[in-house]
Write a protein that binds this ligand. Sequence first.
Ligand code: AMP
Length: 429
Amino acid sequence: MTTFADLQLIDPLRRALDEQGYKTPTEIQSKAIPHLLAGGDLLGTSQTGTGKTASFALPILQHIAELGRAPKKGEVRALVLAPTRELAVQIRKAFAQYGRFTKASSTAIYGGVGYGPQISTLRRGIDVLVATPGRLVDLINAGKCDLTGTQFLVLDEADRMLDMGFRKDLEFIVSKLPAQRQTLLFSATMPGTIAKLAKQVLSNPKRVSVEPVQVTARNISERVMFVSKENKNSLLFKLLDNSEIERAIVFTKTKHAAERLAKKLGKQKVRAVAIHGNKSQNARQRSLVKFGKGSVRVLVATDVAARGIDVDDVTHVINYQLSNEAESYVHRIGRTARAGKSGTAITLCESEERGLLTAIEKLLGRKLTVDTDNPYHDDVLANQHRQNHGAGAKRPDRRRRRNAGPAAFQPRRPRRRSRRSQGAPVASR
Ligand code: AMP
C-alpha cells in the first residue's frame, strides 16, 4: 500500500496531512500525485468524496513551495475553476488546510458578492486562485485579473461546468493562460463534450479513473421506500421523528420545491433551512455554518447548491425527489459517510419516479434494498418496480433523458450492451 512518504511529498505538507488525520493516500491520490509532481497533465474521472481535492492541491502546493518566492504583484500562480461558489469556497479551504505549513496564499472569488476585496487581492498577487467562471470572466474583462503568468490550471467538476453553460467562459479563460502550463481536468462523467474539452486544454494527459461505485461502496447503508405522492410528506415527517437522524440533507429537484419543503418542515417543528441558487452567497454560507454547527438539523438542497458542501457528520441523505440525472444519486449520497464515518441514504420513490430509479440502479449495477417497514409503504408500486426491472425493464423517459445534459449519456452504454446479450446481468461502469 502506498504511503504519503512514498509519494515524495515535502515535510510541511505531510505535517498538515498528519494533523488532518489522513493516514494513507486514497486511490486517486496514489495514482495522480506522482504524475503531477513530475509535471504532467491529467484527465481524472472522479467524484467528490474520493479525496480528489487533495490529489490536485498537494502537488500544486509542492510546486509553489519549491519556487521559494512570493508571487509578484498581480500574479496568479495557480488557477482552479469550479462550478459553484460553495465548491470554490470548499476547495480554497482545502488549499489553506493542506498548505498551512507552507507560505502559499489562496483565495476564492465568485459572483454574488462585491468586487472590491477580490480586486485588491488580485492586485497584490496570489499563489492559488479558486474561482467560478462567470466572475472570473468579468474580472478579466475589466482588466483586473492577469493570467499570463499562471502555470497551473485545474478544471474541477468540468462536466458540471459544461452543464451549467460555462463552455464559452472556460474557453475564454483558458485562452488567457500561457500555453506552457500544467493542466488538470476532473469530471465525474466523460461524455463526448468533455473529451472534446480535454483535447483542447490538455497536452498528453495521464488518465486516472476512480469509479463512482467506490463512492457508494463506502460505509453507506442505502434503501428505497416506495410511497404514493400524497403520502410523501407524511413519510418524510415520520422519518424525521427519529432522533437517529441527527443531521440530514434532503434533496429536491427544484429551488421552488426546496423552499416549499423547508417551510413545511418548519411548521412540523423540524429545524430546517433551504439552500439553492436563488439565495445570496451570504445567506447560503450562514445556512451552511448553522448546519455545520448543528443548530439546523435538516438542509433542504438542490443538486447544484449541494455541490461542494463538505459538512462532516451528515448522518442521513434523503432523496425526497429524484434527479433526472442518474449520476446525481452518487453525488448526493456521497454527502454522508465522509472521512471514514458511516451514513444512511434513503430514497423516497413515487410512481412517476420509477424510471429514474431504474436508471440509478442500472448505473450502480445493483438494486437498492426496498424498505417495507414503514406505515406508508406502497406495495403495489414496489411490485410494479420489481416486475418491470427484470427483462424488458421500462426505460426512463427518453425525451427527458435527452434534455438532461451530458451526464445522462453515461448509463446508456450498459443498457445497449445488456440488450445485445439478451438479458445478461447489467454491467456497472
Ligand atoms: P474530496 O473528494 O476531495 O471532496 O474529499 C472527500 C473527503 O475525504 C474530505 O472530507 C477529505 O477531507 C477526506 N480525505 C481526503 N483525502 C483523505 C485521506 N487520504 N485520508 C482520509 N480522508 C481523506
